[in-house]
Design a protein around this ligand. Sequence first.
Ligand code: NAD
Ligand code: LMR
Length: 329
Amino acid sequence: MTRTPVNVTVTGAAGQIGYALLFRIASGHLLGSDVPVKLRLLEIPQGLKAAEGTAMELDDCAFPLLQGIEITDDPNVGFAGANVALLVGARPRTKGMERGDLLAANGSIFGPQGKAINDNAADDIKVLVVGNPANTNALIAQASAPDVPAERFTAMTRLDHNRAISQLSQKTGVAVSEIRRLTIWGNHSATQYPDIFHAEVAGKNAAEVVNDEQWLADTFIPTVAKRGAAIIEARGASSAASAANAAIDHVHTWVNGTADGDWTSMGIVSDGSYGVPEGIISSFPVTTKDGKFEIVQGLEINDFSRARIDASVQELVEERDAVRELGLI
Ligand code: NAD
Ligand code: LMR
């Protein structure tokens, strides 16, 4: 193998998402079946031993693409030369806890990590924040990395995107592979807005196929938006394998591009498009090509959608203001 390995850093590597994620990265699902990787596992001191156990298991898989594993609790070491960083490590929401409660608890993790990325990562670093509250954690990390282009910091709404596709597929009886152009707008939280007005189901407009605004408002949107809480309720722990799968999808699409005529959803720094205040990290419909993304422009936003996008964006503005007050950005 002659290709230079890509350095992939995973924080929270000993956690449940980490366990579902690392083996797929090492087997080529993140970047491609011909791309060698070097893994850096960043944990807090209490997580190091479990991370070592996971590294032993990774060794035992004899993955041909895996060219090294390093484990550390030092962010400066963990992000040294990183090309891709998956910021998973955070405190998961537990039963009855809302994301607002998590801001202070998690904010102090993402500032130092953003700074360590700024000071140590490779020039082409791409960052995906998974740890909740993902959008605002991404904002904190981004604000702490002034030398890194802001668009390299993204937050994960791909799980919401995949959930929405699955719900729409079940409603219409059309295969997930036949569903395109779905959008998640706003925050990865219960206020998020899964938008089917521009989506296509087997080539037809999804909203017209469904033709049931009550189902949209009372079933589809809350099912998607509250799916994370429903999983916690059922499993007693937050989603892990589906979250890891979405993280793989997010980075794979970012690096390898969206299919012609389709788009995906990513939490990205707003440029003011669709009335979303500049600078907050909000989910948009994006196309990707050659490792870059662009917001899909020119979509008509009806009143139903406008009210819901505005509500989720308002929550993000409040989260931004809260972390500003805490001195985190
Ligand atoms: P987990 O508790 O199983 O694992 C978290 C790991 O992070 C632990 O091993 C912990 O030691 C580590 N950690 C904590 N602080 C750290 C730090 N400063 N640096 C490095 N590692 C650190 O949690 P999980 O189930 O793997 O979930 C991780 C995060 O992902 C949670 O915040 C959860 O809410 C979030 N999540 C997001 C989505 C999404 O769609 N965006 C979906 C599911 C879960
Ligand atoms: C999810 O969407 O599954 C998670 O973000 C839920 C959570 O709060 O950890």
